[in-house]
Design a binder for this molecule. Structure first.
Ligand code: MN
Length: 440
């Protein structure tokens, strides 16, 4: 994205903060995987949103109404020896030349320089309590400023969580963000369709994961937005199953929950399909209930509708359907009330989507569920999970897990399903999966 995009976002943050506004944003900490190997690094979304800067160890300070230092970046300095090992760095020169920083310092100078960056600010946006070392650095800067009271210098008098200010901005997607989400959605949808075509009994879940993620990469997505869930047979009933190492058996359903990142924005898509064949009768019965619930819930994703109505709509349809096919018995209304559906549907239906897969933005900002607005993006992902051994579960349904998840942009004209290209109608799916075994 263009540097001007990030400057506009910092300016908007400044307008929301008012005179004397300031913000300090630390990127994510590099995390040890094992031995001396780190996990793949991915910068924190708040910092990336405001700066576009992707490197580890970065700290951004914004003072939108400062005359000469509106944007300061602390970065890893250029270091040819280190860069030989871990790659090129922007350095302090690059932070100014390519990222629009008015001032840039080596991150080792943070303690020395941060007090001056925050001097006489009134309102400071900073996520207290997320990271001990970051907290120490900010608190030391505040303490240093308190020591200068007699020189007429003072620390910020208010510290605000990013949620009601910055995260309100991130919740409403601008055109360039919607464009990135569309690309992420397109890449992801195509890969899910390919997985339906290519999964076969005898493959392992990680095989299918590899071919799915190969499609992401080939289409230009450098990484996933979250670890892929590829759960076959009974593994589909484990909500966050990521071991992905079971062998696919004839007659299995395969649940894949995976999304590609594009320009740091992620899709979040789940599809469930029969491996190399057709749905069995009980699989089809469960699938039709979930699909019907999802379609009804998507239709509620309109401006002005309270966020929780999407969930309530899906839940109501799921419960009615589970009664109809014999998974539950009783009055749907009573089942919703006594929550006995929770043994088969234990999660909620939607979350915001954006730079983070579970994106920021308050769901009940003033104690009431937020009405949807154009520019908000949410998932709709009902499911039914009949874990083996669930008490009272009819045996023909045991081990069946189905989730169907799409990404929905709220527009002035109703819901737009960004991920509609990923097949989900039974006939469409079976056209891709058939050709392998046919299950009874
Ligand atoms: Mn999701």
């Amino acid at each position: 994205m263009e540097p001007s995009v990030f400057r506009e976002r910092r300016d908007e943050l400044g307008r929301r903060l008012g005179p004397g506004g300031a913000g300090v944003f630390f990127t994510a900490r590099e995390a040890r995987r094992n031995g001396d190997v780190d996990h793949e690094f991915r910068g924190s979304s708040d910092l990336v949103y405001l700066t576009g800067f992707e490197e580890p160890e970065a700290v951004a300070v914004v003072r939108p109404d400062s005359p000469d230092q509106r944007f300061t970046l602390f970065v890893r300095p250029r270091d040819p020896a280190q860069e030989t090992w871990t790659g090129e760095r922007a350095g302090v020169e690059g932070a100014r030349a390519h990222f629009g920083a008015d001032a840039a310092f080596p991150v080792a100078d943070l303690e020395k320089e941060l007090p001056a960056c925050l001097a006489n600010a009134r309102r400071l946006v900073y996520a207290v309590g997320r990271d001990d070392e970051a907290d120490r650095a900010v608190f030391r800067a505040l303490a240093a400023l308190r020591g200068k009271a007699r020189a007429g210098i003072r620390p910020p008098t208010e510290i605000h969580d990013p949620e009601p200010i910055l995260h309100e901005m991130r919740l409403r997607k601008r055109p360039e963000e919607v464009a990135a989400l569309r690309r992420a959605a397109a890449v992801t949808a195509e890969a899910h369709a390919a997985a339906m075509r290519e999964a076969r009994p005898g493959m392992h879940e990680y095989d299918v994961q590899a071919l799915l993620e190969l499609r992401f990469r080939r289409a230009g997505s450098p990484r996933n937005g979250y670890p892929s869930i590829v759960g076959s047979g009974p593994n589909a009933t484990t909500l966050h199953y990521t071991a992905n190492r079971r062998r696919l058996e004839p007659g299995d359903l395969l649940l894949i929950d995976a999304g590609a990142e594009w320009d740091f924005y992620t899709a979040d898509v789940t599809r469930t399909f029969p491996v190399g064949g057709r749905f069995t009768r009980p699989q089809r019965a469960v699938y039709e209930v979930v699909l019907g619930a999802q379609e009804r819930a998507i239709a509620e994703c309109r401006a002005g509708v309270p966020f929780d109505r999407v969930h309530e709509t899906a839940l109501r349809a799921l419960v009615e359907g589970m009664v109809r096919i014999g998974l539950l018995s009783g009055e749907p209304e009573a089942i919703v009330k006594d929550e006995s559906y929770k043994k088969y549907y234990m999660h909620r239906t939607s979350h915001w989507l954006g730079l983070d897969v579970h994106d920021v933005g308050a769901y009940r900002p003033e104690g009431a569920w937020r009405p949807l607005e154009p520019g908000m993006v949410l998932t709709v992902e009902p499911g039914i999970y009949v874990r083996p051994g669930t008490e009272g579960a009819p045996p023909e349904f045991e081990g069946i897990g189905v989730r169907i998840e799409d990404d929905v942009l709220v527009t002035g004209d109703g819901p737009e399903v960004l991920t509609a290209a990923a097949p989900k109608r039974i006939e469409e799916i079976e056209r891709l999966t058939a050709g392998g075994v046919t299950s009874a």
